[in-house]
Design a binder for this molecule. Structure first.
Ligand code: NAD
Length: 499
């Protein structure tokens, strides 16, 4: 069974921690094994190993480093079935959905092979007095990568691929709910020829995260997870003088204008809203219909589609989506449905009914209409398959709703009017936007990241900015006079200026 132990210096290790936590199969509700949690001493050990490995790895040629990334890409593709199986088993997402996220991990590896294109320096000749000035980028050293449960393969590899490609060592802390996939990924790195100690994994919860945040040998932190935790990690990491990129929660609105292709918009809402049991930071949470007629037409299209969605085991080929990750997540989502009704929203489809009596953490697809901005149903990120409809009178009102939210991860407009689309992306405060595109997750060679409380820090982890985040810049000014030239020996006390 993968995921029981940490991976330190190229071998699986129990570490010195004495705590452990359960890993479930959400499709049956059964505990499948206990994952050993790291303690501070284990983090000390892994940091020591990673520092030594990072120095040797940084000294290797770019070509050698990139050969490993190329090989890793091949191995991830060759092992897609095994990776998808572990992901489905521990997370609950369907095998096809798991393969989709693995495809994005492959994309991250592919883009990481372009690292030298991003990290190459700049050079200015004779900026003054025969001096050349140039900048270089060097790896930061050791990077702590703290991952969420919802993309067990993609997020650790999106963080780690670029960090490793530019010459760092990493200490990955997967979600304690889904540690198995990262363990298999560790084996693949070894097969790809990555030197021991460059890719390490420690398992656990807040205790191990705090030890990583406080460790003086860890220079940078990549975090993806919920907003409360991300804000804490950003502040604590910064207070320990680390660079921190923290990607957090979202509540993504999909605005549909009266002129849109409503059938296409309805289909897009279903796939982007309910895919992966809505456990995606870029899931569409709320459909904002402009005009009552648009809303009524959309509702007539959407309701039968929601009612038809089938929730089932991760390996049930006929399931549209799987269970939620834990019993607690199921309870939270069920309570959110009750609360929406108590707040005055209309429960149009109650997905709880369809899964009554089943083992596993299942919640069926639910839809509530007439959501308003004073409801928790609008305010909170709900990480489960209950989606909301809102009705507004105009594009201006729709933009106001989107911008009133604390989150700014994604936002989408469906329209045939170019000017409406242009106004939307110019005025809406969301980092990733779609025009007639329901899940606007950028491809690997573009930066990924939200705005407002969906992201802390101005760094980007994925895309070209990731290579910058994982490297530090030095700027050097140098002069090489003729060996026999007489140098100026005068002392000057004024601040030097060029010339
Ligand atoms: P989470 O915040 O519960 O956990 C994320 C990581 O933080 C885990 O490794 C966990 O062990 C650790 N952690 C949890 N509590 C902690 C604490 N008190 N102190 C220190 N560390 C702690 O998030 P999750 O439930 O695993 O993931 C879902 C969340 O992630 C959602 O909010 C989702 O929107 C977000 N997410 C965001 C993006 C993005 O790019 N913006 C992508 C994927 C997921």
């Amino acid at each position: 069974m993968y995921g029981i132990d940490h991976y330190i210096g190229g071998t699986f290790s129990r570490g010195s921690g004495t705590r452990s936590g359960p890993v479930f199969n959400p499709s049956t509700g059964e505990e499948i094994y206990r994952c050993n949690y790291a303690d501070r001493a284990t983090v000390d050990e892994v940091a020591k190993v990673a520092v030594a490995a990072s120095r040797a790895w940084a000294a290797q040629s770019q070509t050698r480093r990139l050969q490993v990334i190329f090989k890793m890409r091949e191995l991830v593709i060759a092992n897609i079935e095994a990776l998808a199986e572990i992901t489905g088993l521990e997370h609950g997402k369907t095998i096809d959905d798991a393969k989709g996220e693995i495809g994005r991990a492959v994309e991250a590896l592919e883009f990481a092979t372009n690292a030298p294109q991003v990290t190459k320096g700049e050079y200015s000749v004779n900026v003054g007095g025969g001096i050349d000035t140039f900048s270089i980028r060097q790896p930061v050293g050791v990077v702590g990568c703290i991952a969420p449960f919802n993309f067990p393969v993609m997020v650790p590899l999106m963080m780690g691929a670029m960090a490793v490609a530019v010459g760092n060592a990493v200490v990955v802390k997967p979600s304690e709910r889904v540690p198995g996939a990262t363990a298999l990924v560790s084996e693949l790195w070894k097969k790809a020829g990555l030197p021991d100690g460059v890719w390490n994994v420690v398992n656990g919860d807040a205790e191990v995260v705090n030890a990583i945040l406080e460790h003086p040998s860890i220079a940078a932190i990549s975090f993806v997870g919920s907003t409360g935790v991300g804000e804490y990690i950003y502040q604590k990491g910064c207070s320990h003088n680390k660079r921190v990129a923290a990607y957090t929660g979202g509540k993504n609105h999909m605005v549909v204008m009266p002129d849109a292709d409503l059938e296409a918009a309805a289909a897009a809402f279903i796939s982007a809203g309910y895919g992966s049991a809505s456990q995606r930071c870029m899931a569409i949470s709320l459909l904002v219909a402009v005009g009552d007629q648009t809303a009524d037409k959309l509702r007539a299209l959407i309701v039968p589609m929601v009612e038809k969605l089938r929730v089932g085991s991760y390996n049930d080929k006929s399931a549209d989506f799987g269970p939620l990750v834990t019993a607690a997540a199921k309870a939270t989502v069920e309570a959110a449905i009750d609360r929406a009704v108590a707040e005055g929203a209309e429960l149009v489809v109650d997905g709880r009914v369809s899964v009554e009596g089943r083992n596993g953490f299942y919640v069926g697809a639910s839809l509530v209409d007439n959501v308003t901005t004073d409801m928790q149903m609008w305010k909170e990120e709900i990480f489960g398959p209950v989606r909301g409809m809102m009705r507004v009178a105009s594009l201006d009102a729709a933009i106001e709703v989107v911008n009133a939210h604390e989150y700014g991860n994604g936002a989408v407009i469906f329209t045939r009017n170019g000017r409406a689309a242009q106004r939307f992306y110019m005025e809406v405060e969301a980092g990733m936007q779609g025009v007639n595109v329901p899940v606007p997750v950028p491809v690997g060679h573009h930066n990924f990241g939200g705005l407002r409380r969906s992201k802390f820090g101005d760094a980007h982890m994925f895309g070209p900015d990731a290579a910058r985040f994982y490297t530090k810049m030095k700027t050097i000014s140098q002069r090489w006079p003729e060996p026999d030239a007489a140098l100026d020996h005068a002392v000057s006390m004024s601040f030097p200026s060029n010339g």
